[in-house]
Design a protein around this ligand. Structure first.
Ligand SMILES: N[C@@H](CCC(=O)N[C@@H](CS)C(=O)NCC(=O)O)C(=O)O
Length: 209
């Protein structure tokens, strides 16, 4: 398997962390979405990362679908979604909030750096409001959890999605989030970043060149 994309992307990182947790061997190609656009597009018409090339050559796009495929591939004992509802549906709800928030943060970042005439204040305000609303929705979920992680006592996709989203927001948008308003999320992000797998699958944030 070949995982394409850099680990400063919250979506590439969540797949990389999952691959390590599944203990699946893979090659990592840290291509840039801008500098390596041509070779990326030859594999993925959307020119986005992560892009995952399976051993039979089939190319998977969309981190959600990669993790869905990989969870089935490794089987129920190593899968990173809780097996049963309501824990499964709750973990997927949290994951959708976290990855949706990461998408808004990526969009907000591109808005800031890619416009020659300057960003749209309306779009910036909308993205920031969406990120703030998700933070406010996730904070009580985290504060009221009765287990170590979102889906139980072991690390799963929802935790990984939250950790990757929060790290991206902190790196790409310093000062956007007031950590004091989200103590449970802030503490959780800190705990996750201390885990060996989060330390291993990590890189400094690199704006596109
Ligand atoms: N929903 C996608 C989002 C992937 C995504 O937005 N990746 C960004 C990098 S963080 C990207 O490839 N951006 C380049 C572009 O959209 O043209 C996923 O989960 O895989």
């Amino acid at each position: 398997m070949i995982l394409i994309g850099q680990y400063d992307s919250p979506f590439v990182r969540r797949v990389g962390i999952a691959l390590h947790l599944y203990q699946l061997p893979f090659e990592h190609r840290p291509w840039s979405t801008f500098a390596d656009a041509d070779r990326l597009q030859a594999l993925n018409p959307l020119m986005r990362v992560p892009t995952l090339v399976l051993d039979d050559g089939f190319v998977l796009i969309e981190s959600h679908l990669m993790l869905d495929y990989l969870d089935r591939h490794v089987g129920p004992d190593r899968a990173l979604w809780p097996a049963q509802d309501p824990a499964r549906r709750q973990a997927q709800h949290i994951t959708a909030l976290a990855t949706g928030m990461a998408e808004k943060a990526v969009s907000l970042f591109y808005e800031r750096i890619l416009h020659k005439t300057g960003p749209s204040p309306q779009w910036q305000a909308r993205c920031a409001a969406q990120i703030g609303a998700v933070m406010a929705a996730l904070e009580p979920e985290l504060a009221s959890r009765s287990s170590c992680y979102c889906g139980g006592e072991t690390l799963g996709h929802a935790d990984i999605a939250i950790g990757c989203a929060l790290r991206f927001i902190a790196d790409a948008h310093p000062g956007l989030i007031d950590a004091a308003r989200y103590p449970a999320l802030t503490a959780f992000a800190h705990t996750l970043e201390e885990l060996p797998v989060f330390r291993q699958v990590s890189q400094p944030f690199l704006p596109p060149d």
